[in-house]
Design a protein around this ligand. Structure first.
Ligand SMILES: Cc1cc2nc3c(=O)[nH]c(=O)nc-3n(C[C@H](O)[C@H](O)[C@H](O)COP(=O)(O)OP(=O)(O)OC[C@H]3O[C@@H](n4cnc5c(N)ncnc54)[C@H](O)[C@@H]3O)c2cc1C
Length: 303
């Protein structure tokens, strides 16, 4: 019986493992893909306090080594579901069922992609899903944001501080995001709205050099030269296998406060899969620490 099983070896899960082990608890982490989570393909992280510049891979590797050296155990198995038997949680993979006294869900989220050729290949070579993370690399460049929600509007506003020109491409004439955010953008001189338009093609040889957009009414094609494209068409949290045990908000994120507690004793949430305003490495690490300490306190109460 493991004290704390953590599902997901991203920043939240590995941070939870560090705090869990250091609370004197046995910790097992399950990872269905590569340990490290979303950050591993990012060439540079420059906004994690105390670390000026590090590749996403090195950042994740450092966290993983720290958790392993402290004594956490890593299983390379995707978790398919959860069950409860009294106070015992059963974590189910394709191979086995693992019993635990508490569980932390740290399954993260994936950015929704446009699904265009080269999109995945050019992540870090002109394509980004995170303006807060990568915006500074596009200082004085021409970039576009695609999307129509608050994230797209906020990303565009953020990028106007760095970039020469920001195109905001949206498939409708109206934004889903708040009107006041759109109004503020209209006042900026370096923003051009490309509305009622969809991106048909990413242009370039070995990195992004522009996009081809199609006007949905006229069918007209326009090529826009760009150095960066920020995709902000939503995220998909990986909470699906655990839906029966957690309350989800409209976006599919698991509802839990900052302490990670859910309405189920012994089940905790950490990281990007949780309902919250800011999804970054710092907040994922903070969630991991909070959830692990909540789990340790829950275990102590039952002893
Ligand atoms: C391209 C890009 C660049 C970014 N750059 C920055 C940056 O510079 N600075 C910054 O602060 N933030 C950045 N972010 C955001 C940051 O990466 C996330 O906020 C952070 O990774 C969230 O950590 P997490 O542990 O909650 O989730 P994730 O990193 O998504 O990790 C979740 C892990 O759980 C695993 N998992 C999911 N489901 C299961 C399952 N059923 N069974 C087993 N394992 C499972 C996944 O494979 C994954 O490894 C960036 C994000 C992206 C996409």
């Amino acid at each position: 019986m493991t004290d704390i099983i953590i599902i997901g070896a991203g920043t939240a899960g590995l941070s939870a493992a560090i705090y869990g082990v250091r609370s004197g608890r046995s910790v097992m982490i399950f990872e269905g893909n590569a340990p490290g989570g979303q950050i591993i393909n990012t060439p540079a992280v420059e906004n994690y306090p105390g670390i000026k510049n590090i590749s996403g891979f090195d950042f994740a590797q450092g966290l993983l080594e720290q958790a392993m050296e402290l004594g956490a155990e890593l299983k390379y198995e995707e978790v398919k579901g959860l069950q409860q038997d009294g106070k015992t949680w059963l974590v189910q993979t394709a191979k086995e069922e693992y019993p635990a006294r508490s569980v932390i869900l740290a399954v993260g989220a994936k950015n929704r992609a446009l699904g265009l050729p080269h999109e995945e290949e050019w992540i870090g070579a002109g394509v980004s899903y995170c303006a807060t993370c990568d915006g500074a690399f596009y200082r004085d460049k021409d970039v576009a944001v695609v999307g129509g929600g608050n994230t797209a509007l906020e990303d565009a506003a953020f990028l106007t501080n760095y970039c020469n020109k920001v195109y905001l491409i949206h498939r409708r004439n109206e934004f889903r995001g708040e009107a006041k955010l759109a109004d503020r953008l209209r006042e900026k001189e370096n923003v051009e709205f490309v509305l009622n338009a969809t991106i048909e093609e990413l242009l370039g040889e070995d990195r992004l050099a522009g996009v081809a957009v199609k006007d949905k009414e006229t069918g007209e094609r326009r090529e826009i030269p760009l150095q960066g494209l920020f995709v902000a068409v939503g995220q998909v949290p990986a909470n699906h296998p655990f839906e029966g045990f957690i309350e989800l908000d409209n976006g599919g994120y698991a509802k839990a406060a900052e302490d990670g507690k859910t309405s189920r004793p012994g089940l905790f949430i950490a990281g990007d899969c949780r309902t919250k305003a800011v999804r970054q490495l710092t907040t994922a690490a903070s969630d991991g620490a909070n959830a692990a300490l909540s789990a340790a306190a829950y275990l102590s109460e039952g002893e």
